[in-house]
Ligand binder design. Structure first.
Ligand code: ME8
Length: 513
């Protein structure tokens, strides 16, 4: 394999269990990683947990645990979620991992060697929930006149001696970089936000803390631990061998794509490239800030009691259904809403009644009428030409959409072919044609089965479980499932396994949840 591709999710704070927003980000990133693998690229995909910082310290204190014990417990839930949702990560990193301390200290030393770190007294506003410093001018007024961060989280006044990073020095280099790399920040709305923020001027950034010790020690500065975002962002380097494994590092760095949520674009598109510039490390190619998932249009919050456990949804509806729903229903890059009704409606329409039903009907006729053997291809008519053209158009449409990371449009392109294939099957009615013209019926069954094979290959990155089951039922070897295999033919004469249902019909929730 050639053409390395390195993609990452944000690493989650394990100060509680994963919620559906975490699942969404993991699923979307996994879909892109799998898509790139199907293109034949050598993909490295990293996800994990961000375990240091004050937020973890405070939550651990509340639960009467050490931060490490809290991280150990909660990180396990994040990993279990990734495994349950078919997230094909190559490494699940924990920032408490030993090699991550080495990487964080190495980038720190590199920034220090560049003359970009200095000791001073920090006084200013800090939001523990966001683990972020804010300028006075960014704050908004909440109920009763309390000061809130622009994200609406509480802020507190902090004053301590800390190390500073000369972020101000990178204002112009960053603006030059954005201008030279217009695709670095996507989507467009996020890019504009960042441009405005950087154009407004950058203050130096406080990058160490002395009031607690749960973090990566600052080299040569006893009593200081790194500001959590310095070590958190460095996870992307740790995962590809920085600083020791030069071969892996040179293969996969710079990262092709960091997928993150819209609330943390500033850290990835301003601080991260500035740290890397300072340490003289190449910058990632792109950062994509996806939208937020809302529960029936409302922000999830513990106090409203509408935080959804993604594992429960996956158990109830199936992993593919949850994946398909999130990828198809949310315009990637924008906020999206979910509800159990919407999952049931979407998945029954597209998975159970469309692709699933077509496969079930086609394969059971082949089992009964053709002895479970793929029939002869026969002579194509205009109907087969149209079907083949539709599947080819789906392939082109998918690739075009994926270039823009429009995952929802890629699926729409594929399902447009699935609808055409269903229509073809209904119009051609092989079960009835068989009575008068068995040869023609074989041709129809052959082309329908081959369309299912190709649609399953096209959709595999999104719904790996179901697509692979379909390809198993069509007798396709594991190495015949990449996009290259779209150009192969389903072999007439191939004996197929007994057909089985792949996408069950989902039941609407009894009580509106
Ligand atoms: O931000 N919908 O961790 P985190 C969609 N540790 N995405 C959501 C979401 C929602 N409702 N809520 C959160 C952190 N996210 C840092 C990242 S990276 C070096 C450090 C996304 O657990 C959020 O935008 O708060 C982020 O990308 C990810 O989930 C982890 O959020």
């Amino acid at each position: 394999m050639t053409d390395p591709y390195y993609i990452t999710t944000a690493i989650s704070y394990p100060n509680g269990r994963p919620h559906i927003g975490h699942a969404y980000e993991a699923i979307a990133t996994d879909a892109i990683a799998r898509y790139q693998r199907q293109l034949g690229r050598e993909v490295r995909f990293q996800t994990g947990t961000d375990e240091h910082g004050l937020k973890m310290v405070q939550e651990a204190r509340k639960r009467d645990l050490t931060p490490r014990a809290l991280a150990d417990e909660m990180s396990g839930y994040f990993k279990a979620m990734a495994d349950a949702l078919d997230i094909s990560y190559d490494r699940f990193i924990r920032t408490s991992d030993e090699d991550h301390y080495r990487a964080s200290q190495a980038i720190w030393r590199a920034m220090e060697a560049a003359g970009d770190l200095y000791l001073d007294r920090y006084e200013g506003w800090y939001s523990v929930r966001d683990e972020a410093f804010y300028d006075e001018k960014e704050l908004v007024e909440g109920e009763g006149g309390v000061k809130l961060s622009p994200q609406g989280t509480p802020v507190e006044w902090t004053a301590e001696e800390t190390w500073f990073f000369k972020l101000s020095k990178y204002q112009q280099p960053l603006l030059d970089f954005y201008a030279a790399n217009p695709d670095f920040i996507r989507p467009e709305a996020r890019r504009n936000e960042i441009l405005r923020f950087v154009e407004g001027g950058l203050s130096d950034l406080s990058v160490s803390r002395t009031s607690f010790d749960w973090g990566v020690p600052v080299p040569g500065s006893p009593g200081h631990v790194m500001y959590v975002w310095v070590d958190a962002l460095t996870n992307y380097l740790t995962g590809v061998g920085y600083p020791d494994d030069v071969e892996v590092f040179e293969t996969f760095w710079p990262a092709n794509l960091h997928i993150i949520g819209k609330d943390i674009v500033r850290f990835h598109a301003v601080y991260w490239p500035a740290f890397l510039m300072s340490a003289n490390i190449p910058l990632p190619q792109a950062v994509f800030g996806h939208g937020f998932l809302l529960n029936r249009g409302e922000k999830m919050s513990k106090s409203v009691g509408n935080v959804t456990d993604p594992m429960e949804l996956a158990t109830r509806f199936g992993v593919d259904a949850l994946r398909y729903f999130l990828l198809r229903e949310v315009s990637f890059g924008q906020d999206g809403s979910y509800s159990e009704d919407a999952i049931v409606t979407r998945c029954n329409a597209d998975l159970a009644n469309n692709l699933g039903n077509l496969a079930q009907r086609c394969l059971s006729i082949i089992a009964k009428a053709c002895g479970g053997v793929v029939p002869a291809m026969g002579t194509r008519t205009a109907a087969e030409d149209a079907l083949i053209a539709s599947v080819e158009a789906a392939e082109t449409g998918m690739h075009t959409a994926m270039t823009d990371l429009a995952l929802h449009n890629a699926l729409e392109a594929i399902w447009s072919a699935a609808r055409d294939a269903n229509q073809y099957f209904a119009d051609q009615a092989p079960w009835s044609v068989r009575k008068t013209d068995p040869e023609r019926a074989d041709t129809i069954l052959y082309h329908a089965a081959d369309a299912i094979r190709r649609i399953a290959i096209l959709a595999r990155w999104a719904i790996p479980g179901g697509a692979d089951k379909l390809l198993d039922l069509l007798g396709q070897a594991p190495d015949a499932r990449s996009f290259e295999a779209l150009g192969h033919l389903l072999a007439p004469g191939l004996t197929l396994p007994a057909p089985a249902g792949v996408f069950p019909r989902l039941e609407a929730p009894a009580v509106d949840a």
